[in-house]
Design a protein around this ligand. Structure first.
Ligand SMILES: [Fe+2]
Ligand SMILES: [Fe+2]
Length: 326
């Protein structure tokens, strides 16, 4: 028998689903005016293509090893979009067959996200410093292996995950954009900045979904938030592999990102705190006893995690990924 709690979640999803078309219009851009990769990088049909390519490759010479490793891993993460669409389409309340508002949101979100992998992949191809076969194989591994975000089919937990993850990708792409700019690589900086701006818009939408759930079902939403914070928000590239090895290289990517300050343990805590503030957890009313305990746990978490993060020592040595040409 389906537990009653799931029925409640289905009703909440149905209710929010009635307004989701206007949320989609507010937080996703029309295709007609949205940027595309072709506007940001030279086309082979351009008469200036050869000289533009030379400029891209010259500018890419300034990019550090760790920076390139992070850029490749970020691209692989974006390219694994089929994994994310698959799991989101399985969320309770997102009905693929009824073509309800949620599925329309999901298709439009996926369509917008799809440009991220396209534009980053194309840059990697043009820049001349990447072993494309190795990068492509790692992408294929990540999609084939799949990924468990520990939220199962629960909409409440999944929207905590997506709110968090969109904010994390916003930070990561934004920092990559600013490092590229410092290195005088304006083209790369611009495209990463545009990707980051998309992620920020997506984060707003997912945070809004959670706010709406808090209005309708505060205790269960609070408990779901606590559960996801306890389980930790795993990065989608948690099981990153390279050709010819079963070794998981995620921690090597994460170390590189921490070394260049693109995404750190403190960023994780800042995101958590921003969600606590956004959802007004401290002052929210209407919680049952279990949710009150969950609130106490979550409110204390950023401070506890900061103490742990302060003790993290990131290895100084660069790991040699097979994605990057010598
Ligand atoms: Fe993205
Ligand atoms: Fe996104």
């Amino acid at each position: 028998m389906t537990p009653a709690i799931s029925d409640q979640r289905s009703e909440v999803m149905l209710h929010i689903g009635t307004t989701i078309d206007s949320i989609s219009d507010d937080y996703l851009k029309p295709i007609e005016t949205n940027w595309q990769a072709s506007e940001l990088l030279p086309l082979t049909s351009d008469t200036s293509f050869i000289s533009d390519l030379k400029t891209i490759q010259e500018q890419a010479q300034n990019l550090s090893y760790d920076f390139l490793a992070v850029l490749v891993a970020d691209t692989i993460t974006e390219e694994a979009l089929p994994t994310y669409e698959t799991w989101l389409s399985g969320i309770k309340g997102v009905d693929q067959y009824e073509n309800n508002g949620w599925m329309k949101w999901l298709r439009r979100w996926t369509a917008e996200e799809n440009r991220h992998g396209d534009v980053l992949n194309r840059y990697l191809y043009l820049c001349g410093r990447i072993d494309m076969r190795q990068f492509e194989a790692s992408t294929q591994f990540l999609i084939a292996d799949g990924f468990d975000n520990l939220a199962a089919t629960d909409p409440y937990k999944n929207f905590v995950y997506t709110s968090f993850q969109e904010l994390a990708t916003n930070i990561s792409h934004r920092r990559v954009a600013s490092i590229a700019k410092q290195e005088g690589n304006n083209m790369l900086s611009k495209l990463c900045g545009l990707v980051a701006a998309d992620e920020a818009r997506h984060a707003k939408a997912y945070k809004l979904f959670v706010s709406k759930i808090f209005e309708l079902d505060p205790s269960e939403m609070m408990i779901a938030f606590e559960t996801m914070m306890k389980r930790k928000i795993l990065m989608p590239s948690q099981c990153l592999k390279q050709l010819g090895s079963e070794l998981n290289i995620f921690s090597n990517f994460s170390d590189a990102a921490q070394r260049i300050g693109v995404y750190t343990a403190h960023d994780y805590i800042d995101i958590m705190q921003s969600l606590i503030d956004e959802w007004k957890i401290e002052t929210m009313t209407g919680f049952n006893e279990e949710a009150e305990k969950a609130r106490d746990y979550v409110m204390a978490l950023p401070k506890r995690m900061t103490k742990i993060a302060d003790r993290i020592v990131v290895p100084k040595t660069e790991y040699k990924f097979n994605w990057i040409l010598a």
